[in-house]
Design a binder for this molecule. Sequence first.
Ligand SMILES: Cc1cc2nc3c(=O)[nH]c(=O)nc-3n(C[C@H](O)[C@H](O)[C@H](O)COP(=O)(O)O)c2cc1C
Length: 197
Amino acid sequence: MSLEGKKITVGLTGGIACYKVPYLIRSLIKNGAEVQVVMTEAATKFITPLTLETVSERPVAVRMFPPDEFVATRHIDLGQWADLLVVAPATANFLGKVAAGVCDDLLTTVVCASTCPVMVAPAMNPQMWINPVTQRNVATLRKLGFRFVGPEKGDMACRESGVGRMSEPEQIHAAIENCLGKKSGLPPKKKASRAKK
Ligand SMILES: Cc1cc2nc3c(=O)[nH]c(=O)nc-3n(C[C@H](O)[C@H](O)[C@H](O)COP(=O)(O)O)c2cc1C
């Protein structure tokens, strides 16, 4: 499916699976999508903003209060620009914060302000994934209409085996096409009115 004209915000959080995300971004752009990257400070420990800026062909947004950039209402604009927001990899920490309504960094705030569907691709150690608190957060997010891709079963970077691997970029790409290609059975998100700039 062509993604021509589709705007996709890709959020990255702090896990090893960040290394797979440039492949996802490249395939989205190759299919015609515009991609805006937002990453957490923890994600910058795993992959550089420079790499993601280069593959997405746009500046990457990391900090809520960058000292030398004009940002104004960027935390709202980024959440309302996209047709789809995809967080890959999504850490246990991110899932918990979003399920609890916490907005203490740029990415969680963008998610909270978004008017489009939100898809998450969790990635974590199998013990973290089966933790009842994580499972409770996942159930909360599913109930609220968040879409999940994975996690998959397999060998992990932490040398354990089980469910927790992030889905491969091809699987996430297919889920994105599926989501953008068909109408959701869920009611649309309520939108607050906003004066045009
Ligand atoms: C080497 C290393 C790998 C990590 N991998 C993961 C991971 O795959 N999934 C996860 O949930 N947390 C992982 N963490 C822990 C997160 O980076 C940590 O919880 C962090 O606070 C997440 O912040 P964020 O959700 O704001 O990106 C890892 C930490 C380290 C040091």
